[in-house]
Design a protein around this ligand. Sequence first.
Ligand code: XMP
Ligand code: MG
Length: 211
Amino acid sequence: KEVASCSGRRTYHDDMAKVLYTESVIQARVSELGRQIAQDYQGKAPLILGVLKGSFMFFSDLVRAIEPCPRGLTLDFIRASSYGSGTESTGEVKLKTDLRREKVEGRHVLLVEDIVDTALTITTVSRFLLEECGAASVATATLLDKHERRKLSYRPEYTGFVCPNEFVVGYGLDFDEEYRTLPYIGVLKPECYSHLGIEAPEPDGSGESGD
Ligand code: XMP
Ligand code: MG
């Protein structure tokens, strides 16, 4: 691993070109979303479904902010990865889950995502829940909406922030599995990936990503 190329930058904090959303700004927005979701889902026994891995931090903050908590609320997770070759995504999204019709049929599902970008992931997950699992409804809470890059039209019901068209890390979001634990969201210095010979990472580029 290219730890040497980051010499002089000892921590993840040192790799940030700028912070887009601070910890306190994120926490305030998550509280607002939680209160709104609590109101909207009273009496609906929602199934809150985290899309792994990127949503883990938003998910755990958001579910605690769903107050007053609707009776019958339960949690589960689904793993989604997009595959591509080179820097072009094939558009194929693979789901890994043990969710079956028995667990989902008739439930009001709220998907929790870190970021909706092209919307290929969230569209694939929604279709699976509605068509194969018989969900009564599917809505999405995403922390970030990078709507400039849409390939499919999709409007999330709950959005934390509309995000500029830049590659972002932190608060669950990674670059090559790093930076997920940062409590804020920021943009990396170009030298953090220039050793790869690229200007900026492709979120759904080569190999397995998107989770
Ligand atoms: P789609 O294009 O399917 O993308 O809406 C969803 C997934 O792509 C990843 N993604 C990012 N990951 N920084 C990241 O760390 C980004 O700026 C970014 N943009 C998209 C993410 O995993 C998301 O779930
Ligand atoms: Mg993700």
